[in-house]
Design a protein around this ligand. Sequence first.
Ligand code: 5GP
Ligand code: ZN
Length: 119
Amino acid sequence: MNSKNEDCIFCNIVRKEIPAREVLRDEHVVAFHDLNPQAPTHVLVVPNLHAQNLSEFIAKASAAMKARLFAAAAEVGKRFERERKGFRVVINEGADGGQTVGHLHLHVLAGRHMQWPPG
Ligand code: 5GP
Ligand code: ZN
């Protein structure tokens, strides 16, 4: 698996070189609680493959990994939602998208009512 970006914080979490509060791990993805949660539950789901953003991930990941990433986000959302009240999945890309960590991650937010539009 091409996840050997030494300087990438999420690659380090995938390799267990830095700790995270994991909620799910398999051959394609790792999910863990965000350090700075924006909701009662705020989990990040990342592919084990290093991809800078969604666009790069779509270009280089296998079909199986692409499918698993979205399935895992749904699993996490269903696990942490309040009584079938739902959850939000967010992907930020680039400076205008508000991305701060250069390894694709899906934010899964649950446990409160979400506002729309986002800021
Ligand atoms: P972005 O702004 O790129 O969409 O989201 C990056 C997210 O990663 C932020 O919500 C931030 O709190 C989270 N984050 C940054 N560094 C770490 C870390 O070392 N561990 C964990 N668990 N979350 C992190
Ligand atoms: Zn990475």
